[in-house]
Each structure stands twice: as C-alpha cells, then as structure tokens.
Write a protein that binds this ligand. Structure first.
Ligand code: SF4
Length: 300
C-alpha cells in the first residue's frame, strides 16, 4: 500500500488483507502473463476505419434539468471513437487495472487524426438520434482511457467534439472520462466555455473503491485515494461558484471486485456512497456514483 494512503480507513481487517494478499501472490503471475499475451494479440488487430465510431448505444439515465427548469427524459447516448489506447494500459504492457479488458481493438493504434475523431463523434451522435428519433439530453463520450490526456485525445479533437455538442440544442449534459492526473481546472474552464451556458460537463473517474487495499492491491488502479482527493481539492480551488454549478464529478465503483465476499462488497459500496457526500461538502462540486457490477467478459 502506498505511504500516502496508510492513514485511510480500512474496510478489511488485517487478517483478511493477509489472506487476500496470499491469493494474489499465487494468482498474479498467471494473470499478468495472460493480460500481456492478449494485449500483444490485440495490437495485431484488423485495419480500423478511424472515421467510424468505435461504438454507439443508448441507455437509461437520471433525468437532467432543461434550461426552463423542467426534467428531461431519462435517456443517455453513449459513444466511443477510435484512439490510441489508455496510457495506463500502455505503461503496464496491457495489464492495466485488474478488471479491465478494454482497449484491445485499438491496441495497435499510435495516432488517429483529430479530424477523423471529430467526424466519428458526430456520426455516433447522429446514429443514436436516428435510432431513437431524438437526441438524448445526456451524451457520454467514453472511449477507453482518459479523454483529458492530450496524448490520447488531442485538445484539437476535444474542441471539435465539444463544438458539436454545443451546436446540438437537445444535449444538456456532456460527460467524459479521465484518470485524475490529467484533469485540470484550466481545461474544465475551457471545455465549459465551449459548451452553451445551459449545458453542463461531468467527468467520470474510476475511483472504484474508497478502501486503499482494494484500490491499490486488488484493482491495481495505479493512483491512490490521497492523489484523487488532492486532485479534487485542486479542481475545487480553481473553479468559480458559477462554474461549479455547471460541473460535476461521477465516480465509478466496481461492485464485488475479485476476492471480496458479498457482505464485504456491500459494505464497500455503502462506504463509497458516504464518502462522495463528504467530497461534495468539501469541494462544493456535485458528486454521484456509478455502481458497476463485475462481469466476466469475452477474452478474460
Ligand atoms: S484506466 Fe480505464 S481503460 Fe485504463 S486500464 Fe484502467 S479501467 Fe482500463
């Protein structure tokens, strides 16, 4: 466990941590080898047409407030474009966070022209609009990795994609994902200025667990809870009260990660819910949680 997380509240008693650590020591070599093998295979994937969306779909969502104060329909469009893979996946040679089987199709990409990415994002929104008969009020732009890492999505591509969102009257909230180290108050301000005044921006972060042992040892997230907390305080200090009204954070919580029992998982999920209320009080920024149940997906 990292030094800066040593004083955090532990959900699991020490003997339970020791038991899981022993299991991890025996499981990890095989898991690591398998991740690296799958990653290398993904890097040799077929040719990709980067002007086409990676995927686009829609799902239910919490309604959002329209500019006249009414509640919107509870639907979100979820879109992804092709990009170079998540930097953390690259850095860890395909291991990434322990639950993640993402980024495989794009594993061999080293560059995608921003013009292609902007075109693909626009096409994805059009495709969802055609399928539903309307554009959903919430658009989640969620290609794997960090949309605020300039090496993954360039500022030019981000600008073009946000301009598309700003021109679409039906879109009220635009959401993106990022690992904490790439988020800055300056870029949040810039992105808010690209959107209309009646639109909001949300950033999703894979905090996954407020328990340091679960986050660092089981999920192998690659950032600590203290680093996350320092980042949100830095953002809070850099935004004006007006900007905070149009900006929010959402944390993912991995529900029932490997090695945790059902009772432990429920306690971890409750702890995340309580913790984000504290973050909200400390920062003056709205927080919510997306509970993501663990699934066993293809190639894992
Ligand atoms: S940060 Fe996201 S995309 Fe990257 S390895 Fe972790 S879960 Fe996967």
């Amino acid at each position: 466990m990292s030094l800066d997380d040593q004083n955090k509240t532990q959900l699991l008693p020490e003997e339970r941590q020791a038991e899981i650590s022993a299991l991890l020591r025996s499981d990890l070599p095989e898991r690591r080898a398998s991740c690296r093998k799958i990653w290398e295979k993904g890097g040799k994937a077929k040719e990709i047409d980067t002007r086409k969306p990676a995927w686009a779909t829609f799902a239910t969502a919490n309604p959002v407030r329209t500019k006249d104060g009414a509640k919107s329909i509870g639907v979100r469009g979820c879109i992804a474009i092709h990009k170079v893979p998540c930097a953390y996946k690259i850095e860890t040679h395909g291991e990434g966070c322990s639950h993640c089987g993402l980024s495989l199709d794009d594993a061999g990409l080293t560059y995608v022209p921003p013009a292609d990415q902007i075109y693909a994002a626009g096409t994805a929104i059009t495709n969802i609009t055609n399928a539903l008969g309307y554009t959903p009020p919430v658009i989640e732009f969620i290609p794997d990795g960090s949309s605020l890492n300039d090496d993954e999505i360039s500022p030019e591509a981000r600008t073009g994609i946000f301009e598309i969102a700003a021109k679409n009257d039906a879109i009220i909230k635009f959401a993106i994902e990022s690992r904490p180290q790439y988020i800055t108050a300056q870029e949040i301000k810039r992105l808010l200025s690209l959107l209309r005044d009646d639109q909001s921006l949300e950033i999703y972060i894979g905090l996954e667990s407020t328990d340091p042992f679960v986050l660092n040892e089981i999920i192998k997230k690659g950032f600590t809870i203290s680093q996350f907390e320092n980042k949100i305080m830095e953002i809070a200090e850099g935004l004006t009260p007006e900007e905070k009204k149009r900006f929010s954070f959402c944390t993912y919580h991995l529900f029932k990660p490997p090695y945790l029992g059902e009772k432990e998982s429920i306690e971890a999920a409750v702890a995340m819910g309580s913790q984000i209320k504290e973050y909200e009080a400390k920062t003056g920024i709205h927080f919510s949680v997306k509970y993501e149940p663990t699934v066993i997906s293809d190639t894992t």
